[in-house]
Design a protein around this ligand. Structure first.
Ligand code: ADP
Ligand code: MG
Ligand code: MG
Length: 251
């Protein structure tokens, strides 16, 4: 199976006050089929890690590497990363005016696979994935994320995930703004992808709630741009009871 290795990753952003170091040496190895939760207080650098993996131009990697089966992801363009099997669901999904959801999905699928999906099975797959996520059919013909509520955007990201079938998915705060019913539906989608394709998941979250539905194999606690502690699922339970205060005192 495939492996995503993050090694001694350092990332900074350009701010009005100058260069600001955010990630200060992150190490993490994710094997396909595993789920790793990245938890931590606000501002600890969780989204920055997601952006760095995605190749967002604002986030400058100043050291370290990200290897996918030994290949340097940092040398890949954004499209190449998707073709290599990486999927990134951002905390704030972008709207794409003028592009329907159905066209976007088909174009993305074609770009990733290198050939267009057969039209009849594809339409069936899209419909059935939308039904599983309890998305109304009208979402296929609406522009990507335009006017979608927060929860609808999150479902739409999982729709992309289920149809594009990546090796690894980075899900940044996929639980934020979801009520319990929507959280269950979205989690079921992620679990389906885990079961059917052996998806590896980097699940970024501030809260422990989603971890009741998507079970992590490993938990990493981010504080001040570094992994301050790591462990198994029991660490999430501890955080649920104790919060992040213990780490903030040490930081
Ligand atoms: P988290 O996702 O854990 O809440 P972020 O990665 O979003 O944390 O942010 C980490 C730190 O980096 C915060 O202090 C945030 O203000 C800062 N930061 C992130 N992105 C930018 C940016 N584009 N410009 C300036 N500061 C940023
Ligand atoms: Mg935040
Ligand atoms: Mg964030």
């Amino acid at each position: 199976s495939s492996v995503l290795e993050i090694k001694d990753l350092h990332v900074s952003v350009e701010t009005e006050q100058g260069q600001k170091q955010i990630l200060r040496g992150v190490d993490l190895t994710l094997t396909q089929g595993q789920t790793h939760a990245i938890m931590g207080p606000n501002g600890s650098g969780k989204s920055t890690l997601a952006y760095a993996i995605a190749g967002h131009p604002r986030y400058e990697v100043t050291g370290g590497s990200i290897l996918l089966d030994g290949e340097e992801v940092l040398e890949m363009g954004v499209d190449e990363r998707a073709q290599a099997g990486l999927f990134l669901a951002m905390q704030y999904p972008v709207e794409i005016p003028g592009v329907t959801n159905a066209n976007f999905l088909r174009t993305a699928k074609t770009a990733i696979d290198g050939e267009a999906p057969p039209i009849r099975t594809w339409m069936k797959d899209v419909k059935s994935a939308m039904q599983d996520l309890r998305m109304d059919e009208s979402f296929a013909s609406r522009n990507v994320n335009e006017g979608f509520s927060g929860g609808e955007k999150k479902r739409n990201e999982i729709l992309q995930l289920e149809l594009l079938k990546p090796k690894f998915a980075v899900l940044d705060e996929t639980d934020s703004g979801l009520d319990v019913d929507a959280l269950k539906i979205v989690s079921e989608g992620v679990n389906r992808a885990k079961d059917t394709t052996g998806l590896g998941v980097l699940l970024i979250t501030h809260y422990t709630r989603i971890l009741r539905y998507i079970k992590p194999d490993f938990v990493h606690v981010f504080v001040n741009g570094r992994v301050a502690e790591e462990g198994g699922p029991e660490l999430a339970n501890r955080l649920e009871e104790e919060g992040y205060d213990r780490f903030l005192v040490d930081a």
